[in-house]
Write a protein that binds this ligand. Structure first.
Ligand SMILES: *[C@@H]1O[C@H](CO)[C@@H](O)[C@H](O)[C@H]1NC(C)=O
Ligand SMILES: *[C@@H]1O[C@H](CO)[C@@H](O)[C@H](O)[C@H]1NC(C)=O
Ligand SMILES: *[C@@H]1O[C@H](CO)[C@@H](O)[C@H](O)[C@H]1NC(C)=O
Ligand SMILES: *[C@@H]1O[C@H](CO)[C@@H](O)[C@H](O)[C@H]1NC(C)=O
Ligand SMILES: *[C@@H]1O[C@H](CO)[C@@H](O)[C@H](O)[C@H]1NC(C)=O
Ligand SMILES: *[C@@H]1O[C@H](CO)[C@@H](O)[C@H](O)[C@H]1NC(C)=O
Ligand SMILES: *[C@@H]1O[C@H](CO)[C@@H](O)[C@H](O)[C@H]1NC(C)=O
Ligand SMILES: *[C@@H]1O[C@H](CO)[C@@H](O)[C@H](O)[C@H]1NC(C)=O
Length: 425
């Protein structure tokens, strides 16, 4: 549709110049059947304005995207037009470590999911129908995506073992592995990591450096479907909601928030306590809610005494612990697990208790989760900083524990997990 409009206006422009060419038309799959080298095939464009971690440039029939988080370059060209002459796809069997250039025709129509934020972005864009398969181990929280995936094929990965030794030397790169799209008409997989796989594209809002940069990944996903106009509308709404929420929040509350976990082994032994370093976007978002993030991490402690010394002045503790199971896997901790894991006293009224205990301000970000242990924090939260800022605002404003949060679960007050299943769709 978009394309037809653009081609019509290109034809109109040519007609005005007294040149007549037969109108070019896209077909049902939005591939064009003839190529006009002078046409702007993507009249609606997106641009990354915040610290998203990607940038995009348009020329005629192609879009060039640099994903600075995965370290990859993507060249997307309009289906039915020639591959751009300067597109140098990294050969599929290349041993190159990172920095791959990947080339694909758009718009996508049959894609594979192995990225929770990509799933959330597709749903926001109304594009859930393009999901045609998912990776074997992929889990989502969204009830309707759970339902959709249940009826679709699951895709395996192929591991390249011949080059294993060579690969091992390259720190920071995921193993050489590709999705097995062989038997089907599938186009590519949306992933979390840059991979040595021509047909995979990484979606990385978790790597953005600021809050609105996270939401810009909606634009990134939209570019693969020529849905730039829709993405710009959605983003503008998020941007303005973010601004108005920020305006309504106190410039400072004097509160400090820290992130911690106990490190429990499968046999029940606690191997120590850790203060984590918050992501850059979280520090910025918390500042917008008037809260200072504790950034002197990561740090490890071998006794609760030292851990409490280091955290005693925190007003809010975000817990990231897991309760491992004896034979693999893990379950979400409840308050009783945290009391045991951190050695909190069951009566937290002691005057010596850390500030976050006195304030009943211990939270986990798993309030919306699926039975497969996916959490919406990794999914919708990653592209909805406007809603995340509201949660931060609730944490900031609460005098004795916030409960009106979307993703944060107040542990001392016993807020239950909202377990989402396909039946909720
Ligand atoms: C329509 O799109 C399909 C799918 O890519 C393509 O194979 C076909 O050649 C296109 N048809 C025309 C008439 O352009
Ligand atoms: C992305 O930005 C960098 C730095 O400004 C620039 O060198 C590069 O050409 C840009 N790439 C794309 C695809 O826009
Ligand atoms: C790309 O990421 C690196 C860190 O990995 C950072 O130093 C650099 O500034 C980023 N470049 C852009 C254009 O965002
Ligand atoms: C990544 O690849 C591009 C070409 O695809 C090249 O211009 C660039 O120098 C490479 N960067 C690194 C860090 O290897
Ligand atoms: C639990 O496992 C760890 C290492 O996996 C081991 O060091 C520790 O001794 C074990 N504890 C018990 C009680 O078995
Ligand atoms: C998810 O939780 C269930 C119990 O609720 C557990 O049996 C399973 O092992 C967990 N899966 C993972 C991958 O942690
Ligand atoms: C637990 O109680 C003891 C003694 O009442 C107190 O010294 C300690 O600080 C308390 N610890 C916490 C985490 O509340
Ligand atoms: C949420 O709770 C906080 C206190 O915990 C309160 O200040 C705020 O007004 C509440 N917001 C809404 C929208 O209910």
């Amino acid at each position: 549709m978009l394309l037809k409009t653009c081609l019509h206006s290109a034809a109109a422009a040519l007609a005005m110049l007294g040149v007549f060419t037969a109108p070019v038309r896209g077909n049902e799959s939005d591939c064009v059947s003839s190529f006009d080298a002078t046409a702007d095939y993507f009249p609606d464009k997106v641009e990354s304005k915040y610290g998203s971690g990607f940038n995009i440039t348009y020329t005629g029939n192609a879009k060039y995207i640099r994903n600075n988080i995965s370290g990859e370059t993507y060249v997307l060209y309009q289906c039915g037009t020639p591959v751009p002459a300067d597109a140098r796809a990294t050969p599929a069997d290349s041993l190159q470590v990172g920095n791959w250039t990947k080339v694909a025709a758009v718009p996508g129509a049959r894609i594979v999911l192995d990225s929770a934020p990509a799933s959330a972005a597709l749903e926001l864009l109304g594009l859930q129908d393009v999901v045609a398969a998912s990776y074997h181990n992929f889990v989502v929280t969204s009830a309707c995506m759970q339902k959709r995936l249940a009826s679709l094929p699951r895709i395996q990965q192929r591991f390249d073992t011949t080059n294993r030794r060579r690969r091992r030397r390259s720190a920071g790169l995921v193993p050489r592995v590709a999705y097995d799209l062989a038997d089907t008409n599938l186009q590519w997989t949306f992933t979390t990591y840059g991979m040595n796989d021509q047909r995979s594209f990484a979606v990385n809002p978790e790597g953005a450096s600021d809050m609105l940069g996270k939401a810009e990944w909606i634009k990134f996903v939209a570019a693969f479907f020529n849905k730039e106009a829709e993405a710009n509308k959605i983003f503008a709404d998020i941007e303005s909601r973010y601004a108005s929420t920020k305006k309504s929040l106190a410039a400072t509350t004097g509160k400090t928030l820290g992130i911690a976990r106990y490190n429990k082994m499968a046999n029940g032994t606690i191997a120590g306590w850790t203060i984590e370093k918050p992501e850059q976007w979280a520090v910025a978002g918390l500042a917008d809610a008037g809260v200072a993030a504790f950034t002197d991490g990561p740090a490890s402690f071998s006794s609760t005494g030292r851990f409490f010394d280091a955290t005693s002045r925190w007003d809010i503790l975000i817990d990231r612990s897991a309760e491992p199971l004896l034979h693999g896997g893990a379950v979400l901790p409840e308050w009783s697990n945290l009391v045991a894991g951190y050695g909190f006293n069951s009566s937290s009224s002691s005057s010596a208790a850390p500030a976050y205990l006195a304030a009943k301000a211990v939270y986990r970000s798993d309030r919306i989760s699926s039975y497969q242990n996916a959490t919406d924090y990794d999914e919708h939260l990653q592209i909805r900083p406007d809603l995340l800022l509201e949660d931060y605002g609730h944490l900031a404003a609460a005098a004795s524990g916030a409960t009106n949060t979307t993703w944060y679960r107040n542990m001392p007050l016993g807020i239950r997990v909202n377990w989402v299943s396909a039946d909720d769709c």
